[in-house]
Design a protein. Structure first.
Length: 195
């Protein structure tokens, strides 16, 4: 698949088959991530690959996080969210937790470390699509909760960027749409006092 095709064909996968993903494909996906640009060559990305029963600690942590963030919600809503969070790791055969470990180098701007890991994840998603796999970049309350850092042994300055769920996608007829880039783009060809 050509890059331009992979960029347009890649779409978030929410439903996966139970089929295992070969380890060499997982390694290719992670390796692609590590070729993302990163200022000062800090390589701030860190990965945890969870498969089979290795997904259980993430499931337990996500359940605990849901219990915490939904403590004041009505019972029905609370129970539904807890069940969703607890089961999420088992929807895909492979869960890759991706975190940013910010370097101690004083020249490094932390937001640039985070940007590098975001680019890393995009490389991973495109590689998964190229390999014929589906992927879902999970973010939100559970990812940024302090219990996730605790699960992974991260320091305060570090940040979980997301969980990349990977597997073979169930049949999906969903069509992706995007607003034309021209709606968000301004061309500047002359020297003006403002842009």
């Amino acid at each position: 698949m050509e890059l331009k095709d992979a960029v347009k064909a890649r779409a978030t996968t929410y439903r996966f088959t139970p089929q295992d993903v070969p380890e060499d494909m997982i390694k290719r996906i992670i390796e692609a991530g590590t070729w993302a640009p990163n200022r000062h060559l800090t390589e701030p990305w860190r990965f945890w690959v969870l498969t089979e029963n290795g997904r259980v600690p993430l499931s337990k942590t996500m359940k605990s996080i849901a219990e915490d963030i939904m403590a004041e919600a009505p019972d029905e809503e609370r129970n539904k969210r807890i069940e969703t969070y607890e089961n999420l790791p088992f929807r895909a055969p492979v869960n890759i937790i991706v975190a940013c470990e910010v370097t101690e180098n004083p020249k490094v701007i932390p937001v640039e470390e985070t940007a590098a890991v975001n680019a890393c994840i995009q490389n991973m998603l495109l590689t998964a699509a190229d390999l014929g796999l589906g992927a879902f970049w999970g973010t939100g309350n559970y990812v940024y909760h302090p219990q996730m850092k605790e699960l992974l042994g991260l320091k305060d300055k570090d940040q979980v960027i997301g969980v990349v769920y990977i597997g073979y996608a169930e049949a999906n007829n969903r069509v992706r749409k995007r607003t034309p880039f021209s709606n968000f783009t301004k061309w500047v060809k002359e020297d003006t006092s403002y842009i």
